[in-house]
Design a protein around this ligand. Structure first.
Ligand code: SF4
Length: 161
């Protein structure tokens, strides 16, 4: 399907991928290859089913929760994700995005940093097995940061949750 995203699954009403009840959209594809990754099946960019932005938005609006993008790593296909986050934000939903890229890698990349205009919170960084900590909320290893995008950009200083 032209301009479609490969969607592994859409889970509505979840509480584990960010604050409050959320619709989590799992997008296929990741090349970070973190040791101990919880879901290596998600690395395949062809896994899941193709859905276009309109089809995904139908689900988002039907469920009417704030939204989390995860995977896989949505930023590996940022060009396709941009129209989706724009559509979600235009409907007024809060957006969290999980990514294995670090904040510094994102802001240094003209391509990746485009997403910051639309996303409220970035949960960033590779999963590091040696730093795994099951007591952490919304992240798997202690190197990962939950970054408030707007506040961080305004202050030019990383603001975490
Ligand atoms: S970034 Fe996430 S999905 Fe990708 S390899 Fe690391 S833990 Fe797995």
């Amino acid at each position: 399907m032209e301009n479609s995203l490969q969607v592994l699954k859409i889970i509505p009403g979840t509480t584990v991928d960010g604050i409050g009840l959320r619709t989590s959209i799992y997008l296929a594809g990741c090349q970070h290859c973190c040791k101990g990754c919880h879901n290596p099946q998600s690395w395949d960019f062809n896994a899941g089913e193709p859905m276009n932005v309109e089809e995904i938005m139908e689900r988002v609006i039907e469920e009417d929760f704030n939204v989390t993008l995860t995977g896989g790593d949505p930023l590996w296909q940022v060009d396709k994700v941009l129209p989706l986050v724009k559509a979600i934000k235009e409907k007024g939903y809060n957006i969290w995005c999980y990514t294995g890229f670090t904040w510094e890698e994102i802001i240094d990349s003209p391509q990746l940093s485009q997403i910051l205009k639309w996303v409220d919170v970035i949960v960033e960084g590779r999963f590091v097995e040696e730093l795994r900590d099951i007591s952490l909320r919304f992240r798997g290893s202690s190197n990962q940061r939950i970054i408030k995008v707007k506040e961080t950009l305004e202050n030019n200083l990383i603001q975490t949750l």
